[in-house]
Design a binder for this molecule. Structure first.
Ligand code: G6P
Length: 472
């Protein structure tokens, strides 16, 4: 079993910094992830005894936990981090993750339901909710076991909304923070949830000393929900914080100039063709990212502004995500269908208007960032959207940013972006035209200011700020 009561800093999240695959010969391969939490935990230095608690997401992870005897994973596989992966029962995980977290909470906060058919809160939903409680309880218990006296615990996201209160009950001595990486729904939408569930979710997070969000807008929505659902609102013991996670400029600039990225740039240039402008998008194939409307806006641009035909290419990278859910599989198919339709309608022997890539390739994403004349970031709603922040940092010549006003990044980047209402396809087509037509000097100036705003709070500092704010 894991060493008990020794960690002074703890992070809890559904997806950990490492995942495992079982190969045919029975060997396990560990794959390390990146992101703000990984940089943050590396930044706190060796004086701390930090532990990251996460869930097993598949058979490879379960096998790794079995081989580690349920204790910490081998440090050489985790990039030196002390990781405790919880072997959550597969059926419980499916109900908690696919059922509640991704099909209910994600949908509520991104306002994705297509009423009147959805949502359905029936007996099946209640079973999934019980699994979500069990999943949160498993995290709370593991954290209570690992944490030293008075330790700081940073609990992440909508998967773990109940864990702060559960942990508080087990260990009143701990300093607990909760961070939401998603938007927070306004009260009228949040109250689609059954009243008892809405109250549980809010009280769960209010079990923390501090509840933090990516933007002021999401923090205010949370406060409004507390007033609407719980009446008295935020108890005096819980503080509300805002930390706008920024892009990691040092890492990105170094990584984007390595050989593999240069090779992919050459390949992409050959695909795009000489002298053409490039509109780039890079997303998980995620309903909230609004990829289909982005394609339709591009199509309308080609229709309304024929001068751009043959002169522009849309590089659309849409990496499959959450494919266990039928609605995501359908959406992935729809993205392919619409891209194919645009190509057959407008394409010519020497010009493919949309280059759709679906195989996740970080080096190729960076290559596209460097080549981008225009970045298209048009989510319906998004907690922050780091692509909007990363492209201006990496692009070689400076890029124009077409940005949805519903992305958290809008709060910091809105002034120098071409801002769109993500539902307005005609307006997005016009924004693409304006971005493509922007004079080179203005584009470079704006791109510089976007990059400066995007890197104001690098991931390591973002993490340290949260930790600092938990000091009593
Ligand atoms: C969002 C969430 C993260 C999550 C990520 C990927 O950014 O805020 O918590 O890790 O999506 O989603 P997935 O379901 O693949 O973990």
């Amino acid at each position: 079993m894991a060493s008990a009561h020794t960690a002074d800093v703890l992070v809890a999240s559904n997806r950990g910094p490492v995942s495992y695959e079982v190969h045919e010969d029975g060997s396990l391969r560990a794959k390390r992830g990146g992101g703000g939490l990984v940089s943050g935990l590396s930044a706190i230095g060796p004086d701390h005894n930090a532990v990251w608690v996460c869930a097993t997401l598949g058979d490879g992870d379960r096998e790794a936990v079995r081989r580690a005897g349920g204790g910490l994973l081998p440090a050489e596989e985790t990039g030196g981090q002390r990781v405790r992966m919880l072997d959550i029962d597969a059926a419980v995980f499916t109900d908690a993750y696919n059922g509640i977290a991704n099909s209910v909470l994600w949908f509520v906060h991104h306002m994705l339901y297509q009423t009147p058919l959805e949502p359905i809160f029936d007996a099946g939903f209640r079973r999934q909710w019980a699994a979500y409680e069990a999943y949160n309880q498993a995290f709370a218990e593991a954290l209570a076991e690992e944490a030293a006296d008075g330790a700081a615990v940073l609990i992440q996201d909508y998967h773990l909304a109940l864990a702060p209160r559960m942990l508080r009950r087990l260990r009143p001595d701990l300093r607990i923070g909760h961070f939401s990486h998603t938007p927070w729904a306004p009260p009228d939408y949040f109250r689609l949830l059954p009243d008892d569930i809405a109250a549980e979710l809010l009280s769960g997070i209010l079990g923390a000393d501090r509840a933090a969000f990516l933007t002021r807008r999401w923090a205010d929505a949370f406060t409004d929900c507390c007033h609407a659902v719980l009446g008295p609102g935020i108890p005096s013991g819980t503080r509300i914080g805002v930390h706008g996670l920024g892009a990691d400029a040092d890492f990105l600039r170094e990584r984007a100039h390595r050989t593999d990225v240069n090779e992919r740039m050459a390949a992409l240039r050959a695909e795009i063709g000489e002298g053409r402008r490039t509109i780039v998008r890079v997303d998980r194939t995620e309903l909230s990212k609004n990829i289909v409307r982005g394609l339709l806006a591009y199509e309308q641009l080609l229709e309304d502004r024929p001068e751009w035909r043959e002169r522009v290419v849309h590089l659309a990278f849409a990496y499959p995500s959450r494919q266990d859910l039928a609605v995501y599989r359908d959406y992935t198919a729809e993205v392919r269908r619409v891209a194919g339709e645009i190509n057959s309608r407008y394409g010519t022997p020497g010009w493919t208007p949309v280059l759709l890539h679906v195989k996740d390739d970080f080096a190729r994403s960076l290559a596209a960032y460097r080549l981008a004349d225009v970045a298209l970031v048009n989510p319906i709603r998004d907690g922050m959207n780091l692509v909007a922040k990363e492209v201006p940092v990496v692009s070689d010549e400076g890029c124009a940013l077409v940005l949805s006003r519903e992305a958290g990044a809008y709060e910091e980047l809105g002034e120098d972006a071409v801002v769109v209402n993500p539902y307005d396809i005609g307006g997005t087509a016009e924004a693409l035209h304006a971005a493509l037509s922007m004079a080179a000097g203005e584009r470079a100036e704006r791109s510089k200011r976007l990059a400066a705003a995007a890197t104001a709070l690098p991931p390591a500092q973002w993490f340290l700020d949260q930790l600092g704010a938990l000091e009593r």
